[in-house]
Design a protein around this ligand. Structure first.
Ligand code: G6P
Length: 367
């Protein structure tokens, strides 16, 4: 049956509001609330012995892969290479014997990712595809497929499929960590419990929409926007910039907060909003000091943080949006939602074709 917009103005808006349901459906597939353990899907490799992992994808799916790399290296102590598929396919990297790969794709049809899949299989790597479309080419041609349970995504710019990819990567990283002896049963229970709260936390974040809409009014006036994050939020800064470019046509860059001093700080003046992903936690002080440097140069800091971050950031930030306090592990999933909402509202203010942005396709099946 054809998918409708319901009472939403755009498919993208409808899909943004599906985050809690989609995250719940995806997490329930790979987590057991009863035993508070990960239910690993069938894998084509043994995560306990695999020497190295390659992650490849395009667009937002690649950014989900970058978060996956961070989690897998942290929790499973398994070395991960991540590269966009269009580069990976021509880079001819040396691949470990007995190595494995994860490809991430909503459609399961993206030409470059498909080419990476075929190369990896020829190179005798065990290939796992994280896909949203069960009958897709990638699901068929990989050694095994793990499904995101996002349902059909119509808006060209990925939203709920992206957070569902993150949810799957989170579950895989815990499972790999367990298999490799770096995550204890107690750690697994804690991480599982934290992830099971993500759907209701996503709903709380959607409830902050009015504040994000107000922020969008400022961002819509800008010609250039900088997104900053650190650690597992660095890829989310990249996602924020990508989304804003894709649907509002405003130039945006995502940067690792600590790298700002090596370039983008030269762009900063009172016309450039700096959107900071800055929850409290181990990297808070570092990010906050990077932001202060930007503020000292006239930069307009607009920060997303939690209750404990509001005070310190308000000393120099123009706007501080308080999001619910969430565990460090879940932040990339949850902080993806406000940056997507922000891009959506800016695009609506700009009057662009939100669901069908110019020059972009939902699934790029040519090289
Ligand atoms: C296009 C879409 C993006 C998507 C990318 C990868 O560029 O506009 O939203 O992230 O393709 O698509 P895939 O289907 O492989 O996830």
């Amino acid at each position: 049956a054809a998918v409708g917009k319901g009472n939403h103005r755009h498919f993208m808006e409808k899909e943004l509001h599906e985050h809690p349901a989609v995250l719940g459906d995806t997490l329930r597939q790979y987590l057991d609330p009863g035993t508070q353990a990960v239910r690993l899907p069938r894998l084509p490799f043994d995560p306990a012995v695999v020497p190295r992992l390659t992650i490849s994808a395009c667009g937002s799916a690649f950014l989900a892969g970058l978060v996956g790399r961070y989690w897998i290296e942290q929790l499973a102590r398994l070395p991960v290479d991540a590269d966009v598929a269009s580069e990976f396919r021509y880079r001819n990297p040396p691949l470990a014997e007995g190595g494995a790969a994860i490809l991430v794709s909503q459609s399961g049809e993206t030409a470059d990712t498909m080419a990476a899949l075929r190369l990896l299989r020829e190179a005798k790597q065990s290939v796992l595809a994280v896909v949203n479309v069960p009958e897709s080419s990638m699901a068929r041609e990989s050694d095994a497929a793990v499904l995101t349970v996002a349902g059909p995504e119509i808006g060209v710019a990925s939203t709920k499929a992206f957070t569902a990819q993150l949810a799957v990567m989170a579950c895989l990283s815990i499972g790999f960590g367990r298999a490799r002896g770096h995550v204890s049963a107690a750690d697994e229970a804690k991480l599982t419990e934290a992830l099971l709260e993500v759907p209701s936390q996503a709903a709380e974040i959607l409830a902050c929409d009015a504040q994000i809409q107000a922020l969008a009014v400022e961002v819509a006036k800008a010609r250039d926007v900088l997104f900053l994050g650190r650690g597992s939020l660095y890829p989310i800064a990249l996602e924020g910039a990508l989304k804003l470019k894709e649907i509002s046509y405003i130039h945006a860059e995502g940067y690792a907060a600590g790298e700002m001093k090596h370039g983008p700080i030269a762009l900063i003046d009172s016309n450039v909003p700096v959107i900071a992903l800055c929850p409290t936690g181990p990297l808070f002080e570092k990010t906050a000091s990077n932001l202060q440097e930007a503020a000292a140069r006239g930069g307009r800091i607009m920060a997303f943080t939690d209750a404990d971050g509001v005070g310190p950031l308000s000393r120099f930030a123009e706007q501080v949006i308080e999001l619910p306090k969430v565990g460090a592990f879940s932040t990339p999933i949850l902080y993806a939602i406000p940056v997507q909402l922000l891009a959506y509202h800016v695009a609506v203010l700009k009057g662009t074709d939100v669901d069908q942005p110019r020059n972009l396709a939902k699934s790029v099946t040519v090289e």
